[in-house]
Design a protein around this ligand. Sequence first.
Ligand SMILES: [Zn+2]
Ligand SMILES: [Zn+2]
Length: 227
Amino acid sequence: MTEIPGIKELQREHKGLRRFAGDGAEVLCILRGPVDVYLKNDGYPLVDETIVIEIQILKGYPRVPPVVFENGNKIPKTPEFHTNPDGQSSFCLGVPFELERELFHLKGDLLGFYNSQIEPYLYAVFLKLNHDIPFVFGEVEHGTPGIVNELKKQFKVNDIHGVVFGLKVLTDSPDIINSTRCICESGKRLKRCPCRLNKRIKDIGEGVSQETFQKILNSIYLHTKVR
Ligand SMILES: [Zn+2]
Ligand SMILES: [Zn+2]
């Protein structure tokens, strides 16, 4: 079996999680079982719950983030509770390119991923469920508009044209950075522009495949007239 970094450590922390083999194709392996969510953030109520979850480690891990969902009926399977309309109602743990980058920084450490993505998600879900508190760690609108908004913030650009510019840089050959002019008013080349958009583009792209950004770009092309 493929060794997944941090998988044993995760099972040590959450002893109810049992490991199962995958399907030999897309799913490398599965962790399934009850986990305790016992958490309290400053200014928020305590959550003390147990929930049965399943974590599917997919082929391509850690570049491809795990799929995580509930094996039970505690969480309403609605977009409001950030479950995905994928038939499994998998948890919407964040924007895919950010999960990919997070796993890159974690070097694929599954316990780290549980602590930074899954546990905060479960905490937010139970705060909403038990106390009607809106998602505490912020939420991104689903689908392309949400991703565009998120990228607009991160690139610090004014509109979708800026987002498309950044995505083109991320999906093109590295030379584009040397040859392209920045979209700000400086008239300087992107590489040397004092607005530092180049640096932000690099940071956003760190550890994320061109393919991931190409998918975002394609879905923008599909849903808008922006080119
Ligand atoms: Zn969501
Ligand atoms: Zn600039």
